[in-house]
Each structure stands twice: as C-alpha cells, then as structure tokens.
Design a protein around this ligand. Structure first.
Ligand code: FE2
Length: 297
C-alpha cells in the first residue's frame, strides 16, 4: 500500500495574481488562508491548510502537485524509493502551512512533493464550496514508463483502464487520486475539486457560467470512478473540474480494462446528456507544462 493518501494541494503559476485570487475566492469558492511574497494560499473545507497556492510568474504553468502523506515515517519510506528522482532531503517546510516533506521530479519532468503534518483545519463539507482536490489528471508521453513510476515508485494502485486513461488509487477511499492520459506531451490535463453533492456541482456550474466561464464538458457522469463532472477554463485558461460522488472503494474492488469501459457511439459519459468536450477544453488540457525547479519546497 502506498504512503500517499491523496492530493494535499496544487501550486499554480499565474500572470495576474489579483485576478486569479478574485476568481478562486468569489467564483470557485475557496477561502484565502495566507499570503507570502508573490504567493497566495486558499483552503477548501478539508483539513488541509491550503489546497491551492497561486504564484506570480511570467507565464501560466503548473508549478507542483503536493501529495498528502499520513505519517512522518511514510515520508521517509517514500523518500527511500525516490532517491534516484532528484528528491530533496526530507525537511521542515518553511512555506505557509508548514509540514515535513520533500520535493521530487518524475521521469517526465513533473514536479511533486510528499508532505506530512503542518497546520490542520477542521470544517465540515459545505454546500457550494470545494472540499479538497480529489484528483489530478496528467498527460503522459511515456505512458507505460510513467505508469511504472506511479505504481512502483509511488506505490499507487492501477484500478481501472480505458482506451486512453489509467486510474490510480491512493490510500483513501476515493476510486482514484491520479489519472494518466495517453498523450503526446507530459503536461497537466486537469485538476478536480470535490463538491459535497450533485446540487453543488450544478450550482457551481451556474455560477461559473454567470461569470463568463461556460461549461466546456458536462454536466455528466464518468465511467471509471462514477463521479459527476463539469469542466471549465479557469483563470488564464487553467483546466478545472467540479466533481462529486466519486466511487468509494476498498481492497475488494475489481478493476476493469478498456473492453469494459466503453460508451455507446455518440456518448462521452453515462447519462448521454452532455455534448462532447469543447475544442477549447481539448486545447487547454495540454498546454500547462510543469515549470523547471518547481519541485523545490
Ligand atoms: Fe477529472
């Protein structure tokens, strides 16, 4: 079993920090929890000090994805398996939220960190507010190599596979915390935020539409994971998803492959109500690269 119990936070580079802060607080419904030089931090309703950090930069990019580790020993155990991947030594993190962990880069240059502890919060899931980052989808040019890294080095468990994506389960109930998408570039596909119910996804979709961020795909229900989804272009076209009702699984879950996970012709989800993903979504789901050095925490 992996030491990773899900996604702790994402770090995003933005050109217009004030505009991005206004979006994530007023429309996406996170709350600001802190600021540092050229950086701002936002929490959902989960225990994490922040689930998004924004960093002023010359170009939009994904800076880093931080994994949530349950124990200090878990950080050390994971670090032993990542010695060959440019991993920092485990250390006390000075940035807001704190914690103990280290950054590393995967073989395709994605930036990650593994972090335990730090400031914790306590709040119940609330309608219309994101609870946590429930999954990240990553495009992989070396699809099989990245799958091996994620399963063997990180210890994530491959639970389902479609013709173009692999779903990786961490040490929590959620069906998946990371998905790999077969692609030509190793970039970010999208980041999904857990809402407490379908009604909150629908209300969020309306709020986004009113604010000039129309639904780019959805509202629908995925196959693997069974989660409800609505996709949007966020600030500076960052690919975002509101989701809810992700399937909760345990060790008895029976994985399936591409022959099982098929939709009838003309459908892209279980319900058959949504149009296919927009051209804009397809474009922004490949354009966010990981910045050099973004693994340093
Ligand atoms: Fe997703």
């Amino acid at each position: 079993m992996t030491e990773i119990r899900g996604i702790r936070s994402i770090a995003v580079d933005v050109q217009d920090l004030d505009a991005a802060e206004a979006f994530y607080t007023q429309i996406w419904r996170l709350e600001k929890t802190g600021a540092a030089a050229d950086a701002r931090y936002f929490h959902g309703t989960s225990r994490h000090h922040h689930i998004v950090s924004l960093h002023r930069a010359g170009a939009p990019a994904i800076r880093r994805i931080d994994f949530d580790i349950a124990t200090r020993d878990g950080v050390l155990a994971l670090h032993e398996r990542l010695a060959g991947f440019g991993a920092q030594s485990p250390h006390a993190i000075a940035a807001p939220g704190g914690g103990f962990g280290f950054g590393f880069r995967d073989p395709e240059g994605r930036n990650f960190a593994a972090v335990w502890g730090g400031e914790q919060r306590s709040e119940a899931p609330t309608p219309d507010r994101p609870h946590k980052v429930t999954h990240v989808n990553l495009n992989a040019a070396d699809y099989d190599g990245t799958t091996r890294f994620m399963t063997q080095a990180l210890g994530l468990k491959l639970v389902d596979e479609t013709i173009r994506a692999r779903f990786l389960h961490a040490a929590c109930g959620d069906h998946f915390s990371v998905a790999l998408v077969k692609h030509s570039v190793a970039t970010l596909n999208h980041v999904a935020f857990d809402m407490c119910d379908l009604d909150s996804v629908m209300r969020g979709a309306g709020r986004m539409k009113d604010a000039g961020h129309p639904i780019e795909w959805g509202v629908g229900r995925h196959g693997p994971g069974n989660n409800v989804f609505a996709y949007f272009a966020g600030p500076e076209d960052f690919p975002l998803e509101y989701t809810s009702e992700v399937l909760q699984i345990d060790d008895t879950y029976v994985p399936h492959g591409p022959d099982f996970w098929k939709f009838p012709p003309g459908r892209t989800d279980q319900w058959g109500v949504t149009a296919p993903p927009s051209e804009k979504l397809a474009r922004i789901q490949q354009m966010f690269a990981f910045v050099e050095g973004g693994h340093l925490i």
